[in-house]
Design a protein around this ligand. Structure first.
Ligand SMILES: C[S@@+](CC[C@H](N)C(=O)[O-])C[C@H]1O[C@@H](n2cnc3c(N)ncnc32)[C@H](O)[C@@H]1O
Length: 241
């Protein structure tokens, strides 16, 4: 069973989310195992100090390397080596491809920072990959770690009620190899506040519906996220009719 470990100073911020919804059910059904470790427990001084002032001056505090290193070594001695990921605004932006890759790993370690972040050496010494959630700054890596964990765990076979739903999501890979945004969706009522469901979706003609959905997904992607299309071959002419 894949094991996801989160190293954090705020386990209480993480635990409740891991028990809810898709993640909670994946844990209960034995599809994933999670471990939340407080690296403050690996400090060796009376005050349980995890941070210190930066060399060279400047505002804020940095996470010292030793408790994090001791925590990783303890964890890996018990479970074996992990794929190690540090959450950092200066990392590569997290994408669906990365989530897919993580969903196939045996052990993933997610390191959540606080304060001004990490002493660079601990990331180097343990060959961390660095992941960012996007071009903004949060106060801690707990939410990013949960986002990464959930994005990966929901792709593990059996985690979602219907496997097909993950395949249809935005950024997932359809047969043509493009990573498009999801198509617009509609449910009851058929007419609401003067807005009607597109008639093709009520036609019962599955071939036409699939064609409409593919075209709508492509149009939405072109409008909202043209960057997703820039790196891929031109779509088949059928989608452009
Ligand atoms: C206040 S931030 C540190 C920001 C750091 N000084 C910088 O500018 O890159 C504290 C912690 O929050 C987490 N964090 C904040 N924003 C993030 C983002 N966009 N992606 C991933 N982690 C983030 C990281 O774990 C980071 O160590």
């Amino acid at each position: 069973m894949p094991l996801f470990a989160i190293l954090t100073l705020f386990p209480e911020a993480i635990e409740p989310y891991l028990g809810a919804s898709v993640l909670g059910s994946a844990r209960e059904r034995g599809l994933i195992e999670t471990l939340v470790v407080d690296f403050r427990d690996f400090t060796r001084d009376r005050h349980r100090t995890v941070d210190d002032r930066p060399f060279g001056g400047g505002p804020g505090m940095l996470l010292r390397p030793e408790p994090i290193a001791d925590c990783i070594e303890w964890l890996e001695a018990r479970h074996g080596a992990f794929r190690r990921i540090a959450l950092c605004p200066s990392g590569a932006v997290f994408r669906q491809e990365f989530a897919e890759d993580l969903s196939r790993q045996e052990r993933v370690l997610l390191l959540a920072g606080r304060y001004e972040g990490f002493d660079e050496r601990v990331l180097e010494a343990f060959a961390f990959e660095r992941l960012s959630l996007g071009d903004f700054v949060l106060s801690g890596g707990e939410l990013p770690a949960l986002c990464v964990l959930e994005a990966a765990a929901r792709l593990i076979p059996g985690a979602l009620g219907d496997e097909e739903s993950a395949r249809q999501d935005s950024f997932s890979t359809p047969a043509a190899g493009a990573r498009l945004l999801d198509t617009p969706h509609y449910t009851r009522p058929r007419s609401w506040r003067g807005l009607d469901v597109p008639p093709v979706l009520l036609s019962g003609n599955h071939a036409q519906i699939e064609r409409w959905r593919a075209r709508a997904a492509l149009e939405r992607t072109e409008r909202v996220r043209p960057d997703l299309l820039a790196a891929r071959p031109a779509p088949p002419p059928a989608l452009r009719d």
